[in-house]
Design a binder for this molecule. Sequence first.
Ligand SMILES: NC(=O)c1ccc[n+]([C@@H]2O[C@H](COP(=O)([O-])OP(=O)(O)OC[C@H]3O[C@@H](n4cnc5c(N)ncnc54)[C@H](O)[C@@H]3O)[C@@H](O)[C@H]2O)c1
Length: 331
Amino acid sequence: MTNSILVLGADQVNSALDGKETQIIETVKNTYLFHNEGQTALPQSIFLRFPNNDRNRIIGLPAYIGGDYDIAGMKWISSFPGNIERNIERASAAIFLNEMDTGRVMSVLEGSIISAKRTAASAALAAQYLHSNKEEDSIGLIGCGRINKEILLFVKSVFKNLKTVYLYDLSDDRMDNFISWHDGCDYTFEKCQSIDEIFSKTKLISFATTAGVPYIEEISTLTPDHTVLGISLRDLAPSIIEKAHNIVDDFDHVCRERTSIHLTYQKLNTEDFVAGNIADVVNKKVAPRADGKASVYSPFGLGILDLALANYVYKTSVEKNLGTVVENFLP
Ligand SMILES: NC(=O)c1ccc[n+]([C@@H]2O[C@H](COP(=O)([O-])OP(=O)(O)OC[C@H]3O[C@@H](n4cnc5c(N)ncnc54)[C@H](O)[C@@H]3O)[C@@H](O)[C@H]2O)c1
């Protein structure tokens, strides 16, 4: 029995995950399938909010994965959108891993990289299964921040022809920054002036904004061929969601905290507007598309995904002798 823990910072997390997009998407897919089979424990996330401040929050996502994983843990992730003006990232996170013989903490990992990568892998998985044009060569990114940057990387690993990227952000600077992050990459970027314009240019769209309240009541250029990755969860009004073919990661998780799915549920008082979850699409139990409807993916972002990736990073780091062992961390 050891009293030490292994601390893994951004460098070790990056070294375990960089360039592993295909493998991460596969891990995320298998974790969803595992969850669908009831091999996980996933209580609701805890939202810590602050008096007189509805912008900032910290979320705790506890989770357990059974089977060969047999691992428990929690991601503790803050969102302070004002950080962008300070030139630091909006989100900051730590992930705790507990082993299951004694329940003791065995590792603390930097969590924002894992969180961004599992989010992007989930978006790419949905794009792969929901989007009908398997030769898609363009994407529209609404919100030009960290998450859409990662989504572009992961979607590119699925749609190899992807080369034209349409951008839309409230901030012109953020679009310019986004383009400069990709200096040397083989993409053509085009900035759009509106949501309607970006939907008119491409059929594959990813929302990763920091909008807290849905602000889009109608999109005149939305067609039944569109696939919308609604990663930020609070962009589309119920008037759009109720007419779409909706796929979620887990309905009980995403139907909370005034997400677009939650607001639509409150409006319609039924969950019939949701076709099913992504694992059922992978298993071919739920159709990826429906006649006359755009497909919209709304993933809450499940703690089991963070746990599966953190476990992978932990194991890889132990094998390679990476990270900092803190002796006598535990009493
Ligand atoms: N569902 C999930 O699993 C999951 C996981 C991680 C993050 N997220 C969400 O993804 C979102 C983006 O995260 P990020 O780290 O990239 O944030 P970020 O702050 O780096 O970037 C967000 C960008 O959105 C822009 N924006 C805000 N409101 C807009 C609007 N109405 N129209 C167009 N652009 C707008 C901002 O100017 C900013 O550039 C957050 O809402 C976060 O909560 C979801």
